[in-house]
Design a protein around this ligand. Structure first.
Ligand code: NAI
Ligand code: 13P
Length: 332
């Protein structure tokens, strides 16, 4: 078991994971940017901005600055994917031993490179073990000890088992896998479909329509994810269909909430501003749309979300275009 851990990010997921692993590890430091948040975590054991009604374990404290993270044997990345490369670079400058285990908990791919987060971490820390954590894991529920499962992706079996021990609690069961591409791509791509499902709810399309959308989204996610390097069975697992269901149907999902606002006629700017948190599907609609084009994969649902978010296409029109494509077999 790890003697201590650092969590980069004092947002929703960082807070939920601090609550989870703080019962297993006696020294957990959250690295933040906001002095008010850091002070409150240290003095009141509460995060005033995110999931503010839960008490964090006594083992959890907070600091500002990567130098406070660099010497812990386990470091979790819980910052948005758009800043993961920068956070990793800042951390590397603080000096990290080669045996430190780095875990990406963020869900998205980098725009421009199409890189998954574990690829970025490997680029910045070529000699360190790198792992990923994903699954149907809404922060708000984990922090309240509501049951769920997750998958830990790591190609080193012994480290995967050590991480499994860290991410185990009476209400939290984790599995291991060595398919990092499949795990990360499922977690990234489902954010776009959660926006689509939110739009469908906002348009009051009904349960049949949303179920059909999510089912076709799974087929599309699998087609794209396999082309980008994931294994087909991973998309049928916790980090694939499991997380797709969680985000497409949950009121907790920030991506779903952005979609709902769009379906109800708000602009993207209004929807994002009202949310006040990171909805990875918004930037990732761009990065995933571009990755799909580069790979030559047919992705009509992602294309429709891209058109609504970035080409000013009215949501109802995008829907009618989706439904009126040429007929084809269900499985091809
Ligand atoms: N909230 C959730 O239920 C879950 C979130 N995730 C993933 O975790 C990642 C983080 O999401 P949340 O914690 O929900 O986001 P959040 O919006 O709640 O918090 C983001 C955190 O990152 C920090 N941050 C933002 N920009 C930064 C920068 N330039 N440098 C350093 N820190 C910065 C913020 O100060 C904040 O502490 C995302 O990729 C998300 O997809 C994964 C599973 C569940
Ligand atoms: O990934 C998540 C749950 O597994 C969180 O989804 P949102 O970012 O849409 O809230």
């Amino acid at each position: 078991m790890f003697s201590s851990a650092a969590i980069l990010g004092t947002g929703s997921f960082g807070t939920a994971l601090a609550s989870l692993i703080g019962s297993r590890i006696s020294d957990v430091v959250m690295i933040g940017r906001d002095p008010v948040t850091v002070d409150s975590i240290n003095l009141a054991h509460r995060n005033p901005r995110y999931i503010s009604d839960i008490d964090l374990p006594e083992s959890v404290r907070a600091e500002i600055g990567m130098n406070h993270a660099s010497l812990h044997p386990l470091i979790l990345f819980c910052v948005p994917t758009s800043v993961t490369r920068q956070a990793a670079t800042d951390l590397a400058e603080a000096g990290v031993p080669e045996e430190t285990v780095l875990v990406s908990c963020a869900k998205g791919i980098e725009r421009g490179t199409g890189d998954r987060m574990s690829v970025i971490l490997k680029e910045v820390f070529p000699n360190n073990p790198v792992a990923v954590l994903s699954g149907p894991n809404h922060a708000e529920e984990i922090a309240r000890d509501l049951a769920t499962c997750a998958v830990i992706g790591c190609t080193n079996e012994s480290i995967a088992c050590q991480l499994q021990e860290v991410f185990t609690a009476p209400h939290f069961r984790s599995y291991t896998s060595d398919d990092l591409p499949g795990i990360e791509l499922g977690g990234a791509i489902k954010n776009v479909y959660a926006i689509a499902a939110g739009i469908a709810s906002g348009l009051n399309l009904g349960d049949n329509a949303i179920s059909a959308l999510v089912t076709r989204a799974l087929a599309e996610m699998t087609r794209l994810g396999v082309r980008l390097g994931g294994r087909v069975e991973t998309f049928a697992g916790l980090s694939g269909v499991g997380d797709l269901i969680a985000t497409c149907f949950s009121a907790h999902s920030r991506n779903h909430r952005v979609g709902l606002a769009l379906g109800q006629g708000k602009s993207l700017e209004e929807a994002v501003n009202a949310l006040g948190m990171v909805a990875e599907g918004v930037p990732n609609t761009l990065s995933i749309y571009e990755a799909a084009r580069d790979a030559g994969v047919r992705t009509p649902i992602i294309d429709a979300v891209h058109a609504i978010l970035y080409e000013d296409m009215p949501a109802a029109w995008a829907l009618s275009q989706l439904l009126n494509r040429d007929p084809r077999p269900e499985n091809e």
